[in-house]
Write a protein that binds this ligand. Structure first.
Ligand code: CTP
Ligand code: MN
Ligand code: MN
Length: 516
């Protein structure tokens, strides 16, 4: 740290917004950093937003800097505010002499925006990155926009998320807005939020949303399995503000909502990697007995390297196309026979050739794709929380369970009518040795498999971006079912996951780098 007594700072007001300059001056006052109102002899540190010393010197009407005076970027000032005292000058703070030198140096320490590829699918986006604080703020604004309905808000939500994704892909922590200024997804509004966090550590706009009671309730309510923004909004309008109130008062709703509410607490407790691995092993074992050579892949967040998730996504296929027919109902009967199914819904495939190029965002039953799938809740033995032995995992009791070809019989609504089962609340209240876990099981025919693998690996934002990229650059329609050339009216099969990227001309990134 420099000797505080000797430091006198002059902030060049040019290129700094009035409000921001005011904040900077107040911060200096607070931390006893001495400021000069103009460039006087005693000034030791000149701080400027100009990018080259030539520009700054011209404005200062100087031919050379006085001795012992440093010309510095604003990041020296913000670093000093953070440290509550003037910090020692480091390379990244300096504005080197001249014009061109500065530009090339800047490039090596922080790539200028035109080096940030336009689409997130063209960038490596790791799970752990350098800009957590900024991304948390931007994604909170995304959340908020998503909760407020309407096309405008949908676009706003996407804009916040894209900006966040730019920051997630940076290989350094943002210290100066110029490091991202001008990048495609960094607009004026985003800049304002980032600048505020750079200057004060927080943004008023973000904090206002964070403290908004409506936002807080929506955040809790939209996490309930089966509840979208509409349902959450309805609950708020009913005057409810806690899950407990909803659990006591709300009697409507489909099977997902009824079970989602009854088992809310444990569903909120995230699924661990250990549980996901145990379940995957168990399903692999059962699947192989039913259909040799069936492939089972753990997708979603776990495949992207997350250690926890809100559910488990398993994608199935068989290398001989057609062999997958009838497999899922068989597997479900086995699970049912072992009393592992709490509730769920099996959907047959709704795939037609048209699905390869149809633009609609969602199918009739509100799905993002047309695969045969099961969405539901599995009863996980509590022992699956830890590493489990093979014997424990694959006990043979299920071997002679009759296989049920038409699994529709076992849908929760009908099942209840048939057997007069207990209500979800009653089941939840019973003494039990299992815990409720959300599971998605998806069946893909082999000729669509690698597209489904990319789609079900995500992230959601990665999918959005790679699909937009496919359309804009090649006029291709991309879905979890395939890639379709809209100009030539042909589909483009892929033989591997990398093949999908190759057909698009996008560098291959492993799942761990698709955390946009
Ligand atoms: N997905 C999909 N069709 C659906 C549901 C999900 O294609 N009907 C995709 C999502 O876009 C995502 C992936 O499948 O890329 C996994 O979805 P989801 O489980 O919702 O999210 P995760 O990324 O796995 O997050 P988490 O770990 O919290 O489960
Ligand atoms: Mn998931
Ligand atoms: Mn899922």
């Amino acid at each position: 740290m420099a000797d505080t007594e000797e430091v006198v700072v002059y902030i060049m007001p040019q290129k700094i917004q009035k409000q921001r300059l005011k904040h900077m001056k107040m911060a200096a006052l607070k931390h006893h950093i001495m400021l000069a109102e103009e460039l006087k002899e005693n000034v030791t540190h000149i701080v400027t937003e100009y990018e080259t010393s030539d520009q700054a010197m011209k404005v200062l009407k100087l031919s050379e800097l006085p001795q012992n005076t440093h010309l510095l970027k604003v990041n020296w000032f913000t670093d000093s505010i953070k440290a509550r005292a003037p910090v020692q000058i480091q390379e990244q703070h300096r504005i080197p002499v001249g014009d061109s030198v500065q530009r090339s140096q800047q490039r090596s320490e922080s790539p200028p925006p035109n080096h940030i590829p336009e689409f997130s699918c063209q960038r490596s986006t790791p799970l752990k990155h350098y800009n957590q604080k900024f991304c948390e703020a931007l994604e909170l604004l995304q959340d908020y926009a998503e909760m407020r309905e309407g096309d405008d808000n949908y676009m706003r939500a996407l804009a916040w998320r894209r900006a966040s994704c730019v920051l997630k892909s940076l290989k350094f922590t943002l210290t100066n807005i110029n490091q991202v200024k001008g990048a495609k997804d960094i607009g004026k509004h985003v800049e304002k939020v980032l600048q505020s966090i750079l200057d004060h550590g927080t943004s008023d706009e973000v904090e206002k949303v964070r403290n908004d009671p409506w936002y807080q309730k929506m955040k809790i309510f939209t996490k309930v399995f089966g509840a979208g923004t509409k349902t959450a909004q309805e609950w708020i309008e009913n005057g409810w503000s806690t899950i407990k109130e909803v659990q006591q008062e709300y009697t409507k709703g489909d099977w997902r909502l009824r079970f989602g509410l009854a088992f809310h607490d444990e569903l909120m407790e995230l699924v661990t990697r250990q549980e996901a691995d145990n379940f995957t092993e168990f399903i692999k074992h059962e699947s192989a007995r039913l259909l040799p050579e069936v492939s089972v892949e753990l997708c979603g967040g776990f495949r992207r390297g997350k250690s926890k998730g809100h559910d488990i996504d398993l994608l199935f296929t068989h290398p001989l196309k057609g062999k997958e027919h009838g497999f899922l109902p068989h597997l479900l009967s086995v699970l049912e026979g072992r009393k592992l199914i709490l509730c769920g819904k099996w959907n047959k495939s709704t795939f037609t050739e048209e699905a390869m190029y149809s633009d609609s965002k969602r199918t009739k039953n509100n799905q993002l794709d047309h695969f045969e799938k099961w969405i539901g809740i599995i009863k996980f033995p509590r022992t699956w929380k830890r590493s489990v032995s093979q014997e424990e995992l694959f006990s043979d009791e299920g071997e002679n369970i009759p296989l049920n070809e038409s699994f529709e019989d076992l849908e929760p609504a009908k099942k209840k009518a048939k057997t007069g089962d207990l209500s979800p609340q009653e089941i939840a209240a019973q003494p039990r040795s299992w815990i409720a876990r959300r599971v998605d099981l998806i069946i893909a025919p082999y000729d669509q498999y690698f597209y489904s693998l990319v789609g079900w690996t995500g992230s959601k934002q990665f999918n959005r971006d790679i699909r937009t990229y496919a359309k804009r650059t090649h006029n291709y329609a991309m879905t979890s079912h395939g890639l379709y050339d809209l100009t030539k009216r042909t589909s483009l099969p892929a033989k591997s996951e990398k093949g999908v990227f190759d057909l698009l001309g996008v560098p291959y990134f492993p799942p761990q780098e698709r955390n946009c």
